[in-house]
Design a protein around this ligand. Structure first.
Ligand SMILES: O=S(=O)(O)CCCN1CCN(CCO[C@@H]2O[C@H](CO)[C@@H](O)[C@H](O)[C@H]2O)CC1
Length: 488
């Protein structure tokens, strides 16, 4: 496990790709320029501006729509192998449907991709990173089964437009955040509180939509474009407070990310058995005529099973867990957490960050990677997000320490046999951190939101990550000279 006083430097495996990530609504700005139509974050931040910290919004954000050349210059300063970014559905398809393609919006992504390829930086593209066209949400969004066709039609346009140059595709970023936080716990747009049914309906529709796109790519585009495609699942590690609560931790794990990993990566497919049993039992006891968790048809189970070339994981942190059946009413009923009968928390002694949910627990990352290797027969893994939040600061020793500790245990897992091919730092630069606005900074580069130029300035972590990429070595004692500019 991470040894912050480690003396010898550690080598990364040959061929491992090291990069950084952002997402469209969080960095692009130009929310209504050149024909882009509204998405659910435009709507939320304009209708309820101060539901976001300090009433921030993504109208301008990092202005990457206009500053993409500076963004690519930063990728070159870091020496990135790749850059992971997402497409704005409503920028490319202003009606939400492929009847009208917005050429100016397409031009932005072509310019970004071409500028990256000029310097041999691989584009890794997420089709959906939470910015659903508002019109589709008005028709029910991810709770409407027609989303399967809507997402498939949009994805086909993206493959046609960019698939000649983009060889790494992610269908959907973090199904849990889309479904549970968006439709259940009101902590993401569209901010619904229908936990225990809308989040479950969203989960089923999202998995079928993802699988349809996977098979479309596999059948219609991979033969000529030769790329790879998969899903991005956010995964925390859940540590039982004691051995007697191990089952509680396993239940929570299955509800939190087994719900998405099991249908795709397990031999049986389908939702995890424990989820099906617990939700059905609770639904019956509550007087529902059928389980609140929708069922896959046998055909859907087969469609979703195996529908990913790799398992892309976003990991940040760990929670402690214990069983709580005794505490009646702790959770609203019916609800997702009431279905699981657990309580989770973070230990107050744990080192924190600028985000209340993000504690520094590298051993949790190691345990997660080990469980994935054992439970899913050692799948190919891409780490598509890992990072740390601070306030506005340039000498970010805590972020440097986080990265070194998490990379250290990732190398331990690789030495134990995990097949991890890609590592991605979240984020290239500070950006719109959803309901927290710009108050929580995840960037290797700081962004100055007071400046109309949205000046980007490298933090200490940028210097350290650059050296890791240059040397392909993890050296806990490297100290950069920040008086020197970070040059290409
Ligand atoms: O404290 S609370 O629990 O009341 C609010 C929780 C807010 N969640 C925490 C988990 N995060 C998952 C990772 O979310 C990912 O990581 C990044 C950092 O969050 C985001 O910027 C990326 O867009 C997202 O892919 C999404 C936001």
């Amino acid at each position: 496990v991470a040894n912050v006083n480690r003396h010898e430097a550690r080598k990364f495996p040959d061929g491992m790709l090291l990069g950084a990530a952002t997402a469209s609504y969080q960095v692009e700005g130009a929310w209504d320029e050149d024909g882009k139509s509204e998405n659910i974050w435009d709507t939320l931040t304009h209708r309820e501006p101060c539901v976001i910290a300090e009433c921030h919004n993504g109208d301008v954000a990092d202005n990457s729509y206009h500053l993409y050349k500076r963004d690519v210059e930063m990728m070159r300063e870091l020496g990135l192998d790749f850059y992971r970014f997402s497409l704005s559905w409503s920028r490319i398809l202003p009606t939400s449907f492929p009847d009208k393609i917005n050429e100016k919006g397409v031009e932005y992504y072509n310019n970004l991709i071409d500028e990256m390829l000029k310097y041999n930086i691989q584009p890794m593209v997420t089709l959906y990173h939470w910015d659903l066209p508002q019109k589709l949400q008005d028709m029910g969004g991810w709770a409407n089964p027609h989303i399967v066709d809507w997402f498939t039609d949009y994805s086909r346009v993206a493959f046609e437009l960019f698939g000649d140059r983009v060889k790494y595709w992610f269908t959907i970023n973090e199904p849990r955040e889309v479904c549970y936080q968006g439709y259940g716990s009101a902590s993401m747009a569209p901010l619904f509180t229908m936990s225990g049914y809308a989040d479950y309906i969203c989960s089923k529709n999202l998995l079928v939509a993802h699988a349809k796109v996977y098979h479309m790519y596999n059948n219609e585009f991979r033969p000529t474009q030769g790329g790879t495609i998969g899903i991005v699942v956010s995964m925390k590690w859940y540590e039982p407070v004691s051995e007697e609560h191990a089952e509680a931790a396993e239940d929570l794990t299955q509800f939190e990310w087994g719900i998405y990993a099991n249908p795709i990566f397990s031999k049986t497919g389908d939702f995890p058995q424990v989820m099906k049993e617990k939700v059905a039992a609770k639904s019956k006891a509550q007087g529902f005529p059928r389980s609140r968790l929708p069922e896959f048809t046998p055909e859907e189970i087969e469609l979703v099973k195996g529908s990913s070339d790799f398992l892309a994981i976003n990991h940040y942190t760990t929670n402690m867990v214990y069983r709580n059946e005794s505490v009646f009413g702790y959770h609203a009923s019916p609800s997702y957490y009431d279905d699981i009968d657990v309580i989770l928390y973070t230990d107050s002694s744990w080192e924190g960050s600028a985000s209340p949910w993000l504690k520094v627990i590298p051993w949790g990352f190691y345990k997660l990677l080990t469980k994935i290797r054992e439970d899913y027969d050692n799948p190919t893994i891409f780490i598509t997000e890992n990072g740390f939040s601070t306030r506005q600061v340039l000498v970010d020793d805590d972020r440097v320490s986080y990265y070194r500790q998490y990379l250290d245990v990732m190398l331990d897992a690789i030495e134990d046999g995990s097949d991890i091919r890609v590592y991605t730092a979240w984020s290239l630069m500070d950006n719109f951190e959803w309901l927290q606005g710009y108050t929580q900074r995840f960037g290797l580069y700081e962004v100055d939101y007071e400046s109309p130029d949205r000046t980007r300035t490298p933090r200490k972590a940028a210097y350290v990550y650059k050296e890791i990429i240059r040397s392909r070595t993890l050296d806990f004692h490297y100290e950069p000279d920040m008086t020197l500019p970070l040059t290409i």
